[in-house]
Design a protein around this ligand. Structure first.
Ligand code: SF4
Length: 392
């Protein structure tokens, strides 16, 4: 690992990234479960947008982009003018002729008719991801979200009316105090929205309690209680049933889509496609090196050249990352990639373990791939850990 800080070389051309990720680390308020670096203020945002545009122009080398993702944080806290400036920097710095998918993450309270119409008029984004998390007001208060259930539904209607017809909804399972009946009601409300035909994608994550979050402290003090394992299993089964009944296919442990509407950006991450990440704390990957910008928005904004750290991945790291992500997807492991990553005893050991997972009904084997079954997706992390190759 190289020492921190050092300067960003201008316009690197050593990789062929086709993905661009932009990190916007600002939020209206802190969700109780959130362990990400995010700032609950608009102070310094203008300088941050300036710095983001500088970094885009410094690293843009005219390569053709396929997917672009504005993530955070909450990118929808930005004004339309700020977004337009960022778009201008991207268009000046990259070839946009092959772009397939451009996503912006948003929170419901920001999707007012004025804002979302103005966003649509930029004619840049063709996919909107909306962090709803729950349609139950009690759940939303418990996790300190700023919107309520009514705003969540109105946000989707506003986005659809503005012309967004490829919307992804985020939901959460296992919220404190949530019963299986509450979750069933969430799915019912989602079903009503799906009638609008604009929701093409669903990300549904089980709540995880990260250390030092507000939620962690509330649980430690006994103020909240998480649902039992049986409730979670019931919720997961309901989710699978709802998705099958409504034409959403599971293509990753936590992601479901209508046919043809998988997230192209995330699917490429999982395929280990190189990517450029700009903004405070954003990660980049060029096929062999991973680098991450300083995750301090003020330092990021003040620096003429962005401070970052990086590490060269060993072949073991690359293999372990590949199995960890690929086994979480319905596409699974590509045998030809396995053979380029491993040889000799390691390859034989891994093939033997994979054969065992096939016998256990966790994977199916085709001439080119090992693909998780529905049961296998539930055990993806466990299988990956058993396959990890140890560094010598
Ligand atoms: S909106 Fe997202 S990034 Fe912001 S506090 Fe909530 S979970 Fe964290």
């Amino acid at each position: 690992m190289r020492p921190f800080p050092f300067s960003l070389p201008r316009k690197t051309t050593s990789d062929n990234s086709q993905l661009l990720y932009l990190h916007i680390p600002y939020c209206h308020r802190k969700c109780s479960y959130c362990a990400f670096y995010s700032l609950v203020t608009s102070d310094g945002r203008e300088a941050y947008v300036d710095a983001l545009c500088r970094e885009i122009m410094a690293r843009g080398d005219g390569r053709a982009l396929r997917t672009i993702y504005f993530g955070g944080g909450t990118p929808s806290v930005l004004t339309i003018e700020e977004i337009a400036r960022i778009i201008a920097a991207i268009k000046d710095s990259f070839d946009m002729t092959q772009v397939e998918e451009v996503t912006l993450e948003s929170n419901p309270e920001d999707l007012t008719p004025d804002w979302v119409n103005a966003l649509a008029q930029l004619r840049f984004f063709n996919r909107l991801s909306v962090g709803i998390q729950s349609f139950n007001d009690r759940d939303l208060r418990v996790i300190n979200r700023r919107h309520d259930a009514r705003q969540a539904a109105v946000a989707i209607e506003n986005a659809a009316a503005a012309g967004f017809n490829n919307i992804s909804v985020d939901l959460m399972m296992g919220l404190p105090g949530q019963s299986a009946a509450d979750f069933a009601d969430n799915l019912r409300r989602l079903g009503e929205l799906s009638d609008l035909a604009c929701i093409k994608h669903l990300s549904c994550y089980e709540l995880t309690v990260e250390p030092d979050t507000i939620l962690d402290r509330q649980l430690a003090m006994g103020r909240l209680q998480l649902p039992d394992e049986e409730v979670l299993v019931e919720e997961y089964n309901m989710l699978s049933g709802w998705c099958s009944a409504n034409g959403f296919e599971q293509y990753e442990v936590s992601n479901y889509s209508k046919p043809g509407f998988r997230s192209r950006h995330n699917s490429r991450y999982w395929n280990r496609t190189p990517y450029i990440g700009v903004g405070a704390g954003a990660h980049s990957f060029d096929g062999s090196r991973r680098r991450w910008n300083v995750s301090d928005a003020e330092l990021y904004s003040m620096s003429e050249q962005v401070p970052y750290e990086e590490e060269l991945l060993t072949s073991e790291d690359s293999f372990n990352e590949y199995v960890m992500t690929a086994l979480r997807t319905s596409e699974g492991l590509d045998k030809s990639i396995l053979r380029t990553m491993l040889t000799g005893k390691d390859l034989r050991q891994v093939e033997s373990l994979l054969g065992g997972f096939v016998d256990a009904g966790l994977l199916t084997e085709t001439p080119g791939r090992f693909m998780p079954t529905a049961e296998g997706l539930l055990h993806a992390d466990g299988m990956a850990c058993k396959l990890f190759v140890v560094q010598r």
